[in-house]
Design a binder for this molecule. Structure first.
Ligand SMILES: Nc1nc2c(ncn2[C@@H]2O[C@H](COP(=O)(O)OP(=O)(O)O)[C@@H](O)[C@H]2O)c(=O)[nH]1
Ligand SMILES: [Mg+2]
Length: 337
């Protein structure tokens, strides 16, 4: 059984530290899907379990405790700025007498973390553009091609007409990886030989997608060229070339980041965003890492929606990012708080 939680926001819009009633979380069961909390088990252990132990009954609400909280958050890659914001909020709440006992600490941290990532929860809406173009960017091995496969399957199951563009022409295996995937799922893949100009492959694909009334075109790109500046220049070129056929394309520039790279993911996001405006992030491999806290750092340090999280190898493991579900998977609190 899969439990997700629906949240109910405070009518006034504000949240007060320690008052988790602002973030009411209701379990909803969905059959047949592994619970997110199991997939995020490593981060749940590094963050959730450590905090639960730290906030044991009778613990002193003092600076030592706040320092240990700080260390735990930093170790889980939550990032300095988000960590300081959370510990400061708790310090103030303790000082103001809002938090007076240990049992209030975990709900307070949960509420703070929730507030931090809630603005990043913005589902990718496929509008009526024909086609709606998703340009997928990111470094090698981040999970671009896998994510494209999962997305394509999702949209096809929703009844949309999907096409893929094999824009990673730099690596020999990359084109074949996408092609074989397309064959298995009866989804057309526009490709040229390895070494072809990526912008021209994607341009062809967009032309063909328009002619065939495709709903969603998803374009793969290379993750590494000889130099980083070549890569960024190529992405800008792809962007420009697409704009010649459709001034609104690409409708989404999706940056794929590997959660396992921790703080490095933040640096990548800043770098990519500086050359092509990134409109959405997919954070992959959250199932294999204890560094899932990087999602908080991403939310805090970059103003980019988090569209999907990758928590495994199959299509259902690319899940739309839901802040409440995410929080509850890594920092569960009991209902009676
Ligand atoms: N466990 C896990 N593995 C993933 C996830 N996403 C991608 N991978 C794996 O990461 C590896 C690299 O993925 P790939 O899509 O080829 O990366 P690309 O170079 O960016 O296209 C592959 O072995 C994928 O199966 C995920 O969410 N969870
Ligand atoms: Mg690839």
């Amino acid at each position: 059984m899969f439990r997700i939680f629906r949240k109910k926001r405070d009518k006034t819009g504000g949240t007060q530290v320690g008052q988790v009633s602002d973030v009411q979380l209701r379990p909803v069961e969905i059959a047949g899907i592994d619970p997110l909390e199991r997939r995020l088990g490593k981060t749940r252990t590094s963050l959730g379990d450590t905090l639960s132990k730290l906030f044991s009954p009778g613990v002193n609400l003092d600076e030592d405790l706040l320092e240990e909280l700080e260390t735990t958050l930093l170790m889980a890659d939550v990032g300095v700025s988000a960590t300081l914001e959370i510990t400061d909020a708790l310090r103030q709440a303790i000082k103001a007498g809002v938090i007076t006992e240990a049992s209030q600490l975990l709900p307070a941290v949960q509420a703070e973390l929730y507030e931090l990532i809630e603005p990043s929860e913005q589902l990718l809406q496929i509008d009526s553009s024909k086609p709606f173009v998703i340009l997928v960017v990111g470094i090698n091995g981040a999970g671009k091609t896998t994510t494209i496969g999962k997305l394509a399957q999702r949209y096809k199951e929703e009844g949309l007409k999907v096409m893929l563009a094999a824009g990673d022409t730099f690596r020999a295996a990359a084109v074949e990886q996408l092609q074989s995937w397309g064959e298995r799922n009866q989804i057309p893949v526009v490709a040229q030989a390895t070494g072809a100009d990526s912008a021209s492959v994607i341009f062809d694909a967009l032309e063909s997608a328009r002619a065939r009334g495709v709903d969603v075109l998803i374009a793969d790109t290379a993750g590494r060229l000889h130099t980083q500046s070549n890569l960024m220049e190529e992405l800008r070129k792809i962007h420009r070339v697409m704009g010649k056929l459709d001034e609104h394309a690409p409708h989404e520039v999706m940056l794929v980041l590997d959660a396992g790279t921790g703080r490095n993911a933040i640096a990548q996001a800043k770098q990519f965003n500086a050359s092509v405006k990134v409109t959405g992030i997919t954070l992959t491999k959250l199932d294999g890492t204890a560094r899932g806290g990087v999602l908080f750092a991403l939310a805090k340090e970059l103003d980019i929606p988090i569209r999907f999280i990758g928590v495994g190898e199959s299509a259902v493991d690319l899940r739309p990012f839901d802040a409440g579900t995410f929080i509850n998977a890594i920092l569960p609190i009991s209902e009676n708080h």
